[in-house]
Design a protein around this ligand. Structure first.
Ligand code: DHB
Ligand code: FE
Length: 291
């Protein structure tokens, strides 16, 4: 059977992608940020999964106000890096895993979550920047990736609670797939940032670090945080953080707690990193391994 070996969490700022693509990672502004991911790139080389299930948000690139799926799973064989206005990023195309994606869609929909099935979709910085941060500039990404897009752009957005429950359903789906695949689940976006209005530029270090602490130690309690608290404390784009709860909900300790046997598989904290600023955003990054 397939299994989830680890979860990875990271911000996805587009300027990070531009810094990588334009060879600026060694500049004083960027160097401390990329240093924080050196260990992660080494870890991913040593722990390359068979598939990455990558939770991210589309930024009115593949979707627009014409069509707003709350949760969309990419079932295609490949996904092209999107043109977000400056031409597509010079990064490899994303190879999907249609068979596992279709199985997850079947299982998760049968577990009463409504997913939109997407057979053709370009992927924007929300997906490609986390891959670049974790993999550098390879000729090809190290494994197939299943894109899972969450609407955190246009209200109404899903609650943290629903995202956390969805992560648990995704875990069940992956564990019922009849192939011995090693799957990582990545939760991306965040941390605190606001891109418009009178509070543009808002960063809240105390909120971000408390979010880290609770995500690691008590994600169930964190999942009850109402969306308005994200907006008030982490800024209008801070709501992207609910996507981290999908990845966290898919970890083994959450399944144990739901099954009444807590404490069996406490995740191992491999890496925790926080850096301000990157463009308008506080960058946060975590790696948790299942034990
Ligand atoms: C920035 C951050 C984002 O999450 C995003 O989607 C676009 C821009 C920024 O900080 O510039
Ligand atoms: Fe964003």
């Amino acid at each position: 059977m397939a299994r989830i070996s680890a979860s990875v969490y990271t911000s996805h700022v587009p300027a990070i992608g531009a810094a990588i693509d334009l060879g600026k990672t060694g500049e004083p502004y960027w160097q401390p940020l990329f240093k924080g991911y050196e260990r992660s790139r080494q870890w991913l080389k040593e722990n390359t999964p068979d598939v990455i299930f990558l939770v991210y948000n589309d930024h009115a690139t593949a979707f627009s106000l014409d069509m707003i799926p709350t949760f969309a799973i990419g079932t295609a064989a490949e996904f092209t890096p999107a043109d977000e206005g400056w031409g597509p990023r010079p990064v490899p195309k994303v190879i999907g895993h249609p068979e596992l994606a279709a199985h997850i869609a079947q299982s998760v929909i049968q577990q009463d979550f409504d997913l939109t099935i997407v057979n053709r979709m370009d992927v924007d910085h929300g997906l490609t920047v986390p891959l670049s941060l974790m993999c550098g500039q390879p000729q090809a990404w190290p494994c197939p990736v299943i894109p899972f897009a969450v609407n955190v752009v246009q209200y109404p957005v899903p609650s943290g609670r629903r995202c956390f429950m969805l992560g648990q359903a995704i875990r069940k789906a992956i564990e019922s797939y009849d192939q011995p695949l090693n799957v990582q689940i990545w939760g991306t976006g965040g941390m605190s940032h606001q891109l418009q209005g009178p509070r543009a530029g808002l960063i809240n270090r105390a909120f971000d670090n408390a979010f880290f602490d609770q995500l690691i130690a008590d994600p169930e309690a964190l999942s009850n945080k109402p969306h308005i608290d994200y907006v008030r404390e982490a800024g209008s784009e801070g709501i992207e953080l609910v996507m981290w709860l999908i990845a966290r909900g898919a970890m083994a300790d959450v399944a144990d707690a739901a099954n009444g046997v807590p404490g069996r598989h406490v995740p191992k904290l491999v890496h925790r990193f926080y850096h301000v600023p990157a463009s308008n955003t506080a960058v946060g990054h975590l790696i948790l391994e299942n034990t």
